[in-house]
Ligand binder design. Structure first.
Ligand SMILES: Cc1cc2nc3c(=O)[nH]c(=O)nc-3n(C[C@H](O)[C@H](O)[C@H](O)COP(=O)(O)OP(=O)(O)OC[C@H]3O[C@@H](n4cnc5c(N)ncnc54)[C@H](O)[C@@H]3O)c2cc1C
Ligand code: FES
Length: 273
């Protein structure tokens, strides 16, 4: 990697979508030379004068236009969600290894997402839909803490219309208008039919949610090489140079963020829950 490759490209914000309180999706047009990201990859997003954060690609619209869904968590993300249309950000990427979708052809795809974890899985749903005949059944299980915190609500009816698919949503705490499922995302496993032998599971969400999900998947008969997780670690360089994101022998930025469960099992401590 050369020094030039680490210089962020200019990205102009074209549209901002309010998803939920403190969460927005930005459509950003990156200048020429931006490579099409694979589902599950991330960009380092630089807010001028503030800092840089890794953010998953939540969609790619072609012609260098990339979507990022951002939750205000700390200094950089709070500055980022105040950025408006026409403002300029720095974009480095796409980085990391995404979901190895070509390996999953012919299999049923089980997507399990918690909260913001739907962001890196949304490109999977779109890619499976675009290549519908290459994959088996698509099952999407999605959970959020409250109905207000569900992302991409405007796409839900579309997800439900994808042929040979099932989309089930739950919330931990319903409001007066909610008439759907209530409970953590793992409660949804009893609501769908999953043939573990013919399936792969793609999981992203808070670490505790992923641990309980892995436990449940194993109980259902999934083996470690049928479960893929997208991990989050503190990052700096994003390209395997600084060591900030180390997990055992792995750099999450470079060898991840998506890992097969059997590869990182030793560092994921599912047995302790
Ligand atoms: C591969 C990858 C993809 C990501 N994708 C997204 C995304 O699509 N949308 C999004 O909103 N965020 C995403 N994140 C998380 C995002 O990078 C962090 O929220 C951000 O770096 C926080 O920076 P900050 O300066 O705003 O907050 P800080 O001031 O640095 O921290 C605020 C709080 O968040 C905690 N924190 C910061 N970074 C992390 C982390 N990586 N894991 C757990 N806790 C953390 C801190 O301990 C602190 O409590 C992703 C992270 C990774 C590694
Ligand atoms: S963030 Fe620098 S090595 Fe991963």
């Amino acid at each position: 990697m050369t020094y030039e490759e680490l210089i962020p490209a200019k990205g102009v914000v074209k549209e901002v979508i309010n998803e939920a309180p403190g969460i927005k999706t930005f459509l950003i047009e990156v200048e020429d030379g931006y490579k099409e990201p694979a589902p599950g990859q991330f960009n380092e997003v630089y807010v001028p004068g503030v800092g840089e954060v890794p953010i998953s690609v939540s969609d790619y619209l072609g012609d260098g236009v990339v979507a990022h869904t951002v939750r205000a968590a700390g200094s950089v993300t709070n500055a980022l969600i105040d950025v408006g249309v026409g403002e300029v950000l720095g974009i480095r990427g796409p980085y990391g290894k995404g979901w190895p979708l070509s390996k999953f052809e012919g299999k049923n795809i089980l997507v399990v997402a918690g909260g913001l974890g739907l962001a890196p899985l949304r490109p999977v749903v779109k890619k499976v839909e675009r290549n519908r005949l290459k994959f088996g059944k698509l099952t999407i299980l999605y959970g959020a803490r409250t109905p207000q915190l569900l992302l991409y609500k405007y796409e839900f009816s579309h997800y439900r219309s994808i042929p040979n698919s099932e989309f089930v949503v739950t919330v931990d705490r319903p409001d007066a208008l909610w008439d759907g499922c209530v409970g953590v995302v793992t409660t949804l496993f009893s609501k769908v039919r999953i043939d573990a032998k013919e399936s792969v599971a793609l999981v992203c969400g808070p670490e505790i949610m992923m641990k309980y999900t892995v436990k449940e998947l194993i109980r259902l008969g999934f083996r470690g090489n049928q479960i893929y997780l997208s991990l989050e670690r503190r990052m700096r360089c994003g390209v395997g140079l600084c060591g900030h994101c180390q997990l055992g022998p792995f750099f999450v930025c470079k060898e991840g963020p998506v890992f097969p469960y059997w590869v990182i099992k030793k560092y994921f401590w599912v047995d302790q829950i």
